[in-house]
Design a protein around this ligand. Sequence first.
Ligand code: SF4
Length: 380
Amino acid sequence: MEKSSTSSGGQSGSNPIFKPPYIHQAEISPVFDLPAQRAYLSDKYDLAPSPELAASMDDIYQRMARVVSPVDWAIYAPYVKAINDLKAERNAVILGHNYMTPEIFHGISDFGGDSLQLAIKATEVKEDVIVQCGVHFMAETSKILSPNKTVLIPDMEAGCSLAESITAEGIAEMRKQYPGAPVVTYVNTTAEVKAASDICCTSSNAAQIVAAQDSHTVIMTPDQYLAQNVARDVPQKNVVWWEGSCIVHEQYSASDLRDFREWNPGTRLIAHPECPPDVVAEADFSGSTSGIIKYVTDEKPEKALLITECSMASNIADELPEVDFVGPCNMCPYMKKITLEKVLYSLDTMTGQVEVDADVAEKARLSVQRMIDLSRQLGL
Ligand code: SF4
């Protein structure tokens, strides 16, 4: 199902043929046999909680001490040590998304960032193996951009409601309805969908990518809210969109924000553009995960509510002790499928290798590369 917007950002019309197969992978029973994995790991590694080991790794702990208790750190430390030792043995690098839990983001990740930053980093690293601590479409993007590397995702079921909302057939239907309109696709999609699109975008460059298209009508997929936020910011274009959404960001409402502001005066409200437009309008600032980090780092508000996934605030809390991160947050069940235990198992056994059909990968790479080239051209 898709809806079209007027150039002023309103919306009209819907077509039931576009109803996406909305499968939430997080609800499907696990593919991995967790008890068997645990038995394998405990035979091979000493993973018992160890305050002594935890104390010897205090430099790592200090990056997350504000949000991880010493008791939890004693539980995590043996896994963190085993993974970091194994990385050297396997010539591997770990890329950690901003939504990973702190023990993954700060404990084992060599590089942290948003999905595009991590994909670009994947092309720069020298190691043979990339462990993607994020969701499946991110691992696919790393594989597309670095086809000669082995890319592992520690849980194949780490999906994404946006990526699962659309297929290449959906893109073809949109093209039929809006002949000649370019398709700008958010990076939170499968390789097949990227391959069927003209150019990709991220939440930080979406408005500029849409504005630069040589067409009055521009199709945006799959995030309806990102598209509606872009339609408001780029009124000279007729933005039409697919009706996917992020299950984390769609849960926020403008009235929640108004209530929070009334009850917590002085708190800076900072929203991700995957939130509905009325939520973004109610916030003091809206930006991608990297934009949010930059804003909070530059502004250092006394109190901040990040209207996004819970781990965002946790992962920057120790670097910004002067900021009090307050309020509710929503957890992404897909991101939280990645655990230290699964990373250790995946890296030890080299399971969870991501493969992309060569033809699809080449077409998808072009869509991503066009975005990178245009972003550079626009000075973004
Ligand atoms: S936070 Fe939203 S967009 Fe990101 S992986 Fe989870 S469901 Fe997908």
